[in-house]
Design a protein around this ligand. Structure first.
Ligand code: SF4
Length: 92
C-alpha cells in the first residue's frame, strides 16, 4: 500500500509517538540539525503525546502537518521517526 492509498488512521499509525519531532531544533551553519531538550509547550513529556492533538493546527499554526512529500524533504525529521522508516521501506 502506498501513502496515497492510506486513510488518515493508517497514515497516523505510522507515527511511533516518540515525540522527537516536538522538540526544538537548531540548524548549524553546516546544515546539521541539532535537537535541543526544549519540548513544544503542548507536548506531554511523560506520555510523549500532544496535549492538543486534534486541534493542534488551529491552536498552534506553526505545527507542521506531515505529508509523504514533506517526510521526504524534511531534514529535521529524525532518522528513527516512523515516517522516515516507512520512507526507507518504500512505503512512502
Ligand atoms: S518523530 Fe515521527 S514517529 Fe516520532 S512523534 Fe514525530 S512523527 Fe511520530
Amino acid at each position: 500500500m502506498s501513502a496515497h492509498e492510506m486513510d488518515q488512521a493508517q497514515w497516523e499509525a505510522l507515527c511511533e509517538q516518540c515525540g522527537l519531532c516536538c522538540f526544538e531544533k537548531i540548524e548549524d551553519e553546516d546544515g546539521r540539525i541539532l535537537f535541543t531538550s526544549t519540548p513544544c509547550r503542548y507536548l506531554d513529556i511523560t506520555t510523549r503525546r500532544c496535549k492538543i492533538y486534534k486541534k493542534r493546527f488551529k491552536v498552534f499554526p506553526e505545527c507542521v502537518q506531515l505529508t509523504p512529500e514533506l517526510v521526504k524533504e524534511l531534514k529535521w525529521l529524525h532518522r528513527s521517526c516512523g515516517y522516515k522508516k516507512a520512507m526507507r521501506k518504500g512505503i512512502l
